[in-house]
Design a protein around this ligand. Structure first.
Ligand code: PMT
Length: 395
């Protein structure tokens, strides 16, 4: 099963500021994601970067003049209405002021005013003093009140030599914000719990048993669920930055993970076990560091409770999704796990691909059979997995 990312039409407005050079990279990233980019530059933007650069990257002539438009002279209206989003990056202090007051004295400001319901994203970039000026702060607050998404700025070194808030959000971060906004809100109103990372079972105060999981797949699933409108709880045995808007509860051992999951499971609609949970723990972890004495060392291990199976066999279970990492016989072993644990859906991956990296290849197994998802980054796969879950839930 392959779910193509729908191609989106982005109208990218570039205003006058040194961060205009970053617009070139933004165009490149958007085009790489199959987005159709129409660049529109103000006269000031053309002082910083040439339209030819953006034309080469977007594959389309760049529009700069309200009066140069072909057609019936109404292209400022059709351009804005045709777009899936308008992004102004960088947005100068002056252009923000124009947006606030509804000015329409050039092509970009005119099409922003004529945009109708097309979402508008603004990425401010300016000197720290200009950003902190009460006039700019008033204007930015007004943009937010008008339903315009303000992305950034961030703090750091500035082209003028000063340091502080005012740097434009990096192109990768802007792309991420846009992609997030395009996710269908198909999990609105749902509570989703995800487990991630590798649990750690102490042998003594300095040693332990663990697995190879980095947590990246589980964090991607949590982020994708949040983007789709769910309220997400991530029970994590990994040390990664929390996805925005996700409630992260950190745990260490399989028992911690089990206790945390069970404490919050009653209100969950969907449970997705991505964690590589230790199957065994020490019967009696040693309170002091074990000393080497030249002899073989035997450790007595006891099996941990299976968290996913426990949840799936509750009297009123949430919709349960398992993961299985196998080194061979992927489909056979994964389907066995799905049936043994009583799961409507399981995502199977080969250990060679799944652990640690940014990409993965998944095969989804459900009552209908297997649905391969081609190799992609973990966030893309997570989105496809959640779309599959939503379709099984009838959304
Ligand atoms: O974190 P990354 O580096 O991105 O790697 C991702 C991953 C490879 C860890 C992930 O994609 C994955 O496959 N996770 C499951 C690993 C696995 O093989 O688990 P398992 O076969 O031991 O368990 C099967 C399922 O039962 C899993 O959903 C697991 O979370 C769950 N389980 C297992 C044991 C246990 N005691 N409790 C559980 O809930």
């Amino acid at each position: 099963m392959s779910i193509p990312t729908p191609s989106k039409k982005i109208l990218l407005g570039i205003t006058g500021g040194i961060a205009a050079y970053k617009a070139a990279e933004l165009v490149r990233l958007l085009v790489k994601q199959n987005m159709d980019v129409q660049a529109v530059m103000t006269a000031s933007a053309c002082q910083f970067i040439t339209p030819l650069t953006l034309q080469a990257l977007s594959g389309k002539p760049v529009l700069t003049d309200l009066w140069d438009n072909a057609g019936n002279g109404m292209s400022h209206i059709s351009l804005a209405r045709d777009a899936d989003a308008i992004v102004i990056a960088p947005a100068s202090a002056n252009f923000i002021t124009k947006l606030v007051h509804g000015a329409a004295d050039d092509l970009l400001s005119t099409l922003c005013l004529a945009r109708g319901k097309c979402p508008l994203f603004v990425a401010p970039a300016m000197n720290v003093e200009m950003w902190q000026n009460p006039a700019t702060q008033r204007n930015v607050a007004q943009l937010a009140q008008d339903g315009i998404a303000v992305l950034g700025p961030v703090s750091g070194d500035q082209a003028c030599g000063e340091v502080g808030l005012g740097r434009m959000l990096e192109p990768e971060a802007l792309l991420e914000e846009l992609e997030t906004s395009f996710q269908p809100k198909i999990l609105q109103g749902k509570n989703v719990m995800v487990t991630a990372g590798a649990t750690f079972e102490a042998i003594d105060p300095v040693r332990g048993i663990t697995n190879l999981s980095s947590g990246k797949m589980g964090y991607a699933v949590a982020r994708a669920a949040q983007e789709m409108g769910a309220t997400v709880t991530l029970v994590s045995a990994a040390c990664l930055d929390a996805p925005r808007g996700v409630n992260v509860i950190s745990v260490v051992s399989a028992q911690n993970m089990l206790d945390t999951v069970m404490a919050h499971i009653a209100k969950q609609d969907i449970f997705i076990g991505v964690a590589a949970v230790s199957d065994y723990r020490m019967t009696n972890p040693k309170p002091q560091k074990i000393k080497k004495d030249g002899n073989a060392l035997s450790l007595e291990l006891v099996q941990n409770t299976d968290i996913l199976a426990t949840v799936a066999n509750l009297p009123k279970p949430p919709f349960c999704v398992g993961f299985a990492a196998e080194s061979e016989n992927l489909l056979k072993y994964a389907e066995q796990k799905r049936r043994q644990k009583n799961l409507p859906l399981l995502a199977a991956n080969l250990v060679q691909y799944g652990f640690g990296g940014d990409e993965n290849t998944l095969i989804l197994l459900d009552e209908e059979g297997s649905h391969p998802l081609p190799t992609a980054n973990k966030l893309t796969l997570a989105r496809q997995l959640l779309q599959h879950i939503a379709s099984l839930l009838g959304k």
